[in-house]
Design a protein around this ligand. Structure first.
Ligand SMILES: [Ca+2]
Ligand SMILES: [Ca+2]
Length: 197
C-alpha cells in the first residue's frame, strides 16, 4: 500500500492544524467582577466575566455552597438573604480549567426602616418625654429632631426630651446603617401646653 503525494500533503496539513490549534489555545485564567457589591436585599447583581479568551465553559457559585448557580458567561443573580458571600468562577477550555474565588466579595444587609414611639404625646407643663426607637435593620446611628426646626436635638437611640414652650410639634427620626438610610416624620405628634404662663 502506498500513500500518494497529495495524500501526504493532506496528512501534513491536518497534523499542522492540530498542532497550531493546540498552541493557539492558551490555558484558561479565571477572573470576574460584580456590581453592586454592597447594598440591601433583595438585590440583583450583575457578574461580568474577565477571564482569558478562548473559554469554553463558565461555572459560577454565588454563595460558596459548592452548587453551581449559573453556566452563563455574564449572569445576573438575585440575593434575597442578608449576608456576606464568597463568589467563585471556574472556567475551562481544551487546555484545562482555572478558578477564581473572591472571599467575602459581596455584602448585603436587611433594609432599614425608621420608626419610633413616645411614651406620651400630650404633656402639660415641663415634663420629660421618653422616645423609643422601633426601627428595623442594621442601624448604626440615630438623628432626632423633636421640634421640626431641622436641627438635630439628639443622636441617642432612645432619648428623652423636654419641651419648654407650648406648641404642637412634629418629630423626625433619621437612621443610618452601613448600607441604608431611612427617615420617618410624625407630623403634629407632640402636644405641649401649660409651659407658657
Ligand atoms: Ca451556589
Ligand atoms: Ca430640632
Amino acid at each position: 500500500m502506498s500513500i500518494t503525494r497529495p495524500g501526504i500533503i493532506f496528512i501534513a496539513i491536518v497534523l499542522a492544524g492540530i498542532l497550531f490549534a493546540g498552541c493557539n489555545t492558551l490555558p484558561p485564567e479565571a477572573d470576574f467582577a460584580a456590581t453592586p457589591t454592597t447594598g440591601q436585599v433583595p438585590v440583583e447583581v450583575q457578574f461580568t466575566d474577565y477571564s482569558s479568551s478562548d473559554i469554553g465553559g463558565w461555572r459560577w457559585d454565588f454563595n460558596s455552597d459548592g452548587v453551581v448557580d449559573s453556566t452563563l458567561q455574564n449572569p445576573q443573580y438575585i440575593y434575597t438573604e442578608a449576608g456576606t458571600y464568597t463568589v467563585s468562577l471556574t472556567v475551562s477550555n481544551s487546555r484545562g480549567s482555572d478558578y477564581e474565588t473572591k472571599i467575602q466579595y459581596v455584602q448585603f444587609d436587611r433594609p432599614c426602616t425608621a420608626d419610633f414611639i413616645a411614651d406620651t404625646t400630650e404633656v402639660i407643663g415641663f415634663k420629660k418625654i421618653q422616645f423609643t426607637d422601633l426601627s428595623e435593620g442594621e442601624v448604626r446611628s440615630w438623628a432626632w429632631d423633636f421640634n421640626g426646626d431641622g436641627i438635630i436635638d439628639s443622636t441617642e437611640q432612645n432619648p428623652t426630651y423636654m419641651y419648654s414652650r407650648d406648641g404642637i410639634y412634629s418629630v423626625q427620626l433619621t437612621i443610618t446603617g452601613p448600607n441604608c438610610e431611612s427617615t420617618i416624620t410624625k407630623e403634629r405628634y407632640i402636644n405641649v401646653s401649660g409651659c407658657d404662663t
